[in-house]
Design a binder for this molecule. Structure first.
Ligand SMILES: Nc1ncnc2c1ncn2[C@@H]1O[C@H](COP(=O)(O)OP(=O)(O)OP(=O)(O)O)[C@@H](O)[C@H]1O
Length: 238
């Protein structure tokens, strides 16, 4: 397992939101977490990336215990996170956004901004085309590409995405999912939360259903899509 969670409990102040989650992500997998509003999906992702501290449980990444580390340390272990909202600097250019994404790796021997920029431009040609444009002036889909490119500049082992298709028109949803599949096919393990559950599960190796802060179901993307119970409770008619 690349990422392994054991009995993870977390929340905000007195409110416990994640009630003992066990889950794992294998190296190379594309895994999607689905579940109703308020199930704690975003909180679980935030706990993995260090934005929210776990109260109990273990989080191991590539065999190392990362539970309770701050986000700037977790990013150095190779986990990059694209949050759901406000995930770009709208008043900076696309290129400046990519530079901001690179700060955690400044001074690291392995990191060469020019090389990484070339890779990211290959993955996201639109970012090269729009390099000098104000990021906030781009379309919603392009802004999501900026956010993903800013995470990919660090060449993460695990890319964590919180509802990457949120607020996008159906055609752009497809484009964003196709890009995530490409990133995954090129070797980056991906873990995402999605409300567009069917479309996400169709492309995922595995899906996890989170409800009331607990993992309720788990299976391959196909198994969850074929399950009457999962369909009735969690997939609706989207
Ligand atoms: N910063 C916060 N402080 C206090 N409570 C919070 C905070 N963020 C989220 N919550 C609460 O935690 C619960 C779970 O929220 P979370 O965003 O993790 O759920 P979710 O499954 O991602 O839902 P959604 O699909 O609506 O985003 C909700 O009741 C929410 O109000």
């Amino acid at each position: 397992m690349l990422l392994e969670l054991e009995n993870v409990v977390s929340g905000y102040g007195d409110a416990i939101i994640v009630h003992g989650v066990d889950m794992g992500v294998e190296d190379g997998e594309m895994v999607t977490i689905i579940g109703p509003n308020g199930a704690g999906k975003s909180t679980l992702l935030k706990t993995i990336v260090g934005v929210v501290q776990p109260r109990e449980g273990a989080i191991r990444f590539d065999g190392t215990d990362i539970a309770g580390l701050p986000p700037e340390k977790i990013v150095k272990h190779g986990i990059c996170y694209v949050r759901q909202n406000d995930n770009i600097f709208p008043n900076l250019s696309v290129m400046e956004n990519l530079k901001m994404g690179a700060w955690p790796a400044e001074g690291e021997d392995w990191f060469d901004f020019g090389d990484r920029l070339e890779e990211v431009y290959q993955q996201f040609p639109i970012l090269e085309e729009r390099a000098d444009q104000r990021a906030g002036s781009l379309s919603g889909g392009q802004q999501q590409m900026v956010a993903m490119g800013t995470a990919m500049i660090l060449d993460p082992d695990l890319l964590v995405l919180d509802e990457p298709s949120a607020g996008l028109a159906p055609k752009l949803v497809e484009e964003v999912f196709e890009k995530i599949v490409e990133i995954n096919d090129a070797g980056t393990t991906t873990l995402m939360v999605e409300q567009n559950a069917r479309a996400a599960l169709e492309r995922s190796d595995r899906g996890i259903v989170l409800d009331m802060g607990e993992n309720e179901f788990e299976g391959t993307g196909g198994e969850l899509l074929d399950s009457d119970e999962v369909a009735e409770l969690y997939l609706g008619t989207d």
